[in-house]
Write a protein that binds this ligand. Structure first.
Ligand code: SAM
Length: 191
């Protein structure tokens, strides 16, 4: 699966992306709370960082990861400009997150799953870095004809995503439509 073209990072940071879905509402519904540690995996331009930062508050923290150094630089700059003091942006590699075991309460991954080279192995790595009982919100484009996002042939169906998540040892609880173009999978690391 090909990676997002980093020369288009600014497009990822456009306020028009709020038309996709309301991030505050989605994060609340998926269980993100004050004081939690949250991951933003594949942060890109860090578009969702202000919402994650606000949701966890001063007593929580957000660790954002990306495999592309242009994205990490962009998201770091954004974090500094907005004064998001509870956010740290880190360079990761395709199958490895630079953190200890069992550190996060919540995992957010938006429009990344279809870019993963090995989704099952990657989700095992996400599981390693998550606490028992951690909640996850995995959002991706629907596998249907759309006037936004990659062609449907390049994304997974809810069914395919659910099978890969379960193969990684996580519980794929249910998928819900978020906005007109995407779905979100409720995932749990069994405790
Ligand atoms: N989540 C952001 C958003 O919705 O605004 C960015 C989405 S962008 C389409 C996908 C991002 O995931 C790219 O920045 C890409 O470099 C990153 N990515 C792809 N595979 C990754 C992996 N294995 N680990 C971390 N980041 C990854």
């Amino acid at each position: 699966m090909h990676k997002f073209d980093p020369s288009k990072l600014e497009k990822l940071d456009s306020p028009s992306r709020l038309e996709l879905f309301d991030p505050e509402k989605v994060l609340r519904e998926f269980g993100l709370r004050q004081g939690m540690t949250a991951f933003d995996i594949g942060t890109g331009a860090g578009f969702y960082l202000p919402y994650l930062s606000k949701a966890v508050g001063e007593s929580g923290r957000v660790l954002a990861f990306d495999v592309q150094k242009e994205a990490v630089e962009y998201a770091k700059r954004k974090t500094q400009e907005l004064g998001l003091t509870n956010v740290e942006v880190l360079l990761s590699s395709e199958l490895s997150l630079p953190v200890e075991d069992s550190v996060t309460d919540f995992v957010y991954m938006a429009f990344v799953f279809h870019e993963l080279e090995n989704p099952v192995e990657f989700m095992k790595e996400v599981s390693r870095a998550s606490k028992q009982g951690a909640l996850m919100c995995i959002i991706d484009w629907t596998k249907e004809d759309r006037d936004k996002g990659p062609p449907k042939e390049e994304v997974f169906s809810e069914w395919e995503m659910g099978l890969m998540i379960e193969e990684a040892g996580l519980r794929a609880a249910r998928a819900v439509k978020v906005g007109n173009y995407a779905f979100g999978f409720y995932v749990l690391k069994p405790g």
